[in-house]
Design a protein around this ligand. Structure first.
Ligand code: GLU
Length: 413
């Protein structure tokens, strides 16, 4: 069976055809530089000990220290962590950040853990991977099911291991521990700036209807940003199900339902909101589909049902390569993950820079720098796509690969 990594690499190999590069460089990117596997054993509240599989992958550091989040999910595997670390390598290069790509994961369902058990898990992760990470080596951040609190525990544990405060070892921290303003909504905001910038050219107008799959950090912030820009959010989903309201959902109420009841589905039954099957979300009538959940959500089996004119990938790898082909044949434009969700790592990079300088930036500066980055890289990728008559995804891979190759070649033999 083809691994997730092999599937992801196929996109890079396809991009290489548009560049004149040495095949040995491509061979070198076929597998990660270093993947560390650990068994995390933590004390549970009832006194028992439980063990979990955990990984940290440093995929490639040709352009700088590796960077990428840590996710907690019951279905995380080594293959998934390596694939996501590969995507981070490409994403950092797309954004021209002086960073390589990494990723971490723990195979666990964090909903079954108490707060103190979660703290022991976060500290246990750092105890196991302290030798691999470091402010000049590999810099973790939040990802699926981890947040600023997780990063705080991890930064604190790292400080006690190395004997000094080292805020630049991890990003996405709380502001009081050296976190950056604007990191919390950065993934959504980056995607939003990109969308607004390309909107005119893509024939998008105010009042466009959006459907959002996933209502975690990225999806909920995106809902907020779209609503304030005049979009109508007609459908959203989370892990419990999906809801639909053709007149547009009230985002404040959605946030309240999520906060109070743990799911947006609790809004169904009033104000013209109806419940739909989670799988139906990608095929509702809308102009914009935002994918902000997990991998492989639009696949060969449902891509033909997508009605949106444009898809924004806020999650990592939410569309399979087979689905890419189907969407292309339907002229659906995909704003690809390695560009569209790069706002998160961009502001993580700002946080790392601020930590190293010991000088903290105003929110206006962060937003302005993020906006400029998204627009510049977005414009360059659009131009490359037009020039080579390829999709935005392929163009993003072409630009990233040429930057990675340049760094590898610059080092000499
Ligand atoms: N987990 C996020 C991503 O997949 C952010 C990574 C980071 O900030 O380093 O892009």
């Amino acid at each position: 069976m083809t691994s997730k990594l092999e599937k992801a690499l196929a996109r890079l190999v396809a991009a290489a055809k548009h560049l004149n590069i040495d095949t040995t460089i491509l061979e070198r990117l076929e597998f990660p530089q270093e993947t560390t596997h650990a068994r995390l054993t933590i004390r549970m509240d009832d006194g028992s000990l439980k063990s979990f599989r955990a990984w940290r992958c440093r995929y490639d550091d040709s352009r700088g220290p590796t960077k990428g989040g840590i996710r907690y999910h019951p279905s995380v595997t080594a293959d998934e962590v390596e694939t996501l670390a590969f995507l981070m390598t490409v994403k950092c290069a797309v954004m021209n950040l002086p960073l390589g790509g990494g990723k971490g994961g723990v195979q666990i369902d964090p909903r079954h853990l108490s707060k103190i058990e979660l703290e022991r898990l976060a500290r246990g992760y750092v105890q196991n991977f302290a030798k691999v990470i470091g402010p000049n080596r590999d810099i973790p951040a939040p990802d699926v099911n981890t947040n600023a609190m997780t990063m705080a525990w991890m930064a604190d544990e790292y400080a006690s291991i190395v004997g000094e405060r080292t805020p630049a070892v991890i990003t996405g921290k709380p502001i009081s521990l050296g976190g950056s303003l604007g990191r919390d909504d950065a993934t959504a905001r980056g995607g939003y700036y990109l969308l607004q910038f390309l909107a005119k050219g893509l024939g998008f107008t105010q009042g466009a209807r959006a459907a959002i799959q996933g209502f975690g950090n990225a999806g909920s912030h995106m809902a907020q940003l779209l609503e304030s820009a005049g979009y109508k959010v007609v459908a959203v989903s989370d892990s419990k199900g999906a809801i639909y309201c053709p007149a547009g959902l009230d985002i404040k109420k959605l946030n309240a339902a999520k906060e109070r009841n743990g799911s947006v589905t609790k809004l169904a039954g009033s104000d013209g909101v109806s419940r739909i099957a989670a799988g139906e979300l990608v095929s509702v009538e809308c102009d914009l589909l935002v994918l902000a959940a997990l991998e492989d959500m639009v696949h060969a089996g449902n891509a033909a049902n997508v009605k949106a004119a444009i898809i924004l990938e806020l999650a990592n790898s939410p569309i399979t390569p087979e689905a890419d082909e189907i969407l292309k044949s339907k002229n659906i434009i995909v704003l690809p993950d390695i560009l569209a969700n790069a706002g998160g790592v961009a502001v993580s990079y700002f946080e790392w820079v601020q930590n190293r300088q010991g000088d903290y930036w105003a929110i206006e500066d962060i937003h302005a720098r993020l906006k400029t980055m998204m627009e510049e890289e977005g414009a360059a990728i659009l131009a490359c796509a037009k020039d080579k008559n390829i999709t935005l995804r392929s163009a993003a891979y072409v630009r990233a690969l040429s930057r990675i190759v340049e760094a590898i070649e610059a080092k000499g033999t």
